[in-house]
Design a protein around this ligand. Structure first.
Ligand code: NAP
Length: 254
């Protein structure tokens, strides 16, 4: 299927590895001019292998300077993929105001600020796609990830309101909710959990995979493929949605 987005300009945040990288590679494969953002200077090298036209910006999207640098490097993007690290796990009794501000800055305010910087241009040009990488925790909260549950739900509520006002101008806004995807982040979470359970990592990982109805973790490639479709010309009637991609883990009917 031709996704109809060749030549479109895509700004993909937090994309030197993991799910963001999966999205950047899928969009580059469709012929988009991709600009990725990551804090580490190795980002450009990691993405060069993608071929296509990929530019890398070294910036922290949770800081005001980083958020300014991203659209400066990719003015007037047609596609914006919002992403950043998730907050750490813990007990809400231990979280200070600063912990909450950090989580809200990364997982709520940063995407809203980048939407604010780019959406009016998209609407004026009559085409735009905003994809926010959130988490399955928005639909089925994970008790230990209260900072994530809270901050991401704030973004989800904001998007639900905004998405209905942009779609008539050709601009859709959707959230992708990953379940468990085998990225560096998940690998380090699994290693820590295995250590806590005093189990060998391989056995712990195999047991965990069996709890997923698909029988395996997701791959950044399949996550990227969904992102590319949502950014395509074929998805112009999909907006304000929270699309779970979790191998069947969420057990509900709706
Ligand atoms: P990952 O493998 O650790 O990759 C994170 C990427 O984001 C890296 O390229 C990192 O590069 C970049 N990054 C992180 N913080 C950034 C910032 N402030 N500014 C710019 N770039 C930043 O993580 P992932 O597994 O792909 O997870 C991506 C998001 O999805 C996270 O919010 C995570 O909580 C969420 N999620 C993941 C899963 C999963 O199973 N993997 C499930 C649910 C939700 P630098 O470190 O160089 O900046």
């Amino acid at each position: 299927m031709d996704l109809g987005i060749a030549g479109r300009k895509a700004l993909v945040c937090a994309a030197s590895k993991g799910l963001g990288r999966g999205c950047a590679l899928a969009l580059a494969r469709e012929g988009c001019e991709v600009t990725i953002v990551a804090r580490g200077p190795e980002a450009a090298a990691r993405l060069r292998e993608a071929g296509g036209r990929v530019t890398a910006v070294v910036a922290d999207v949770t800081s005001p300077e980083g958020r300014a640098a991203a659209p400066e490097a990719c003015p007037d993007p047609d596609i914006l993929v919002n992403n950043a690290s998730g907050p750490p796990p813990g007990d809400f009794r231990d979280w200070s105001r600063e912990d909450w501000i950090r989580a809200i800055d990364a997982n709520m305010r940063a995407p809203i600020a980048l939407i604010r910087a780019t959406i009016d241009g998209m609407m004026a040009r009559r085409f735009g796609r905003v994809v926010n990488i959130t988490s399955s925790a928005v639909k089925a909260p994970i008790p230990l990830l209260g900072l994530s549950n809270g901050a991401r739900s704030g973004l989800t509520g904001f998007v639900a309101g905004l998405a209905r006002s942009t779609v008539a101008h050709g601009v859709t806004i959707n959230n992708l909710l990953p379940g468990e995807f085998l990225t560096d982040r998940l690998r380090s979470h699994l290693a820590a959990a295995a250590k806590q359970a005093a189990e060998p990592v391989e056995r712990f990982v195999a047991t965990r995979e069996k709890t997923i109805p698909a029988g395996r973790f997701g791959t950044p490639e399949e996550f990227g493929a969904l992102c590319a479709f949502i950014c395509s010309v074929h998805a112009s009637y999909i907006t304000g949605q929270n699309l779970l991609i979790d191998g069947g883990t969420y057990p509900g009917t709706y």
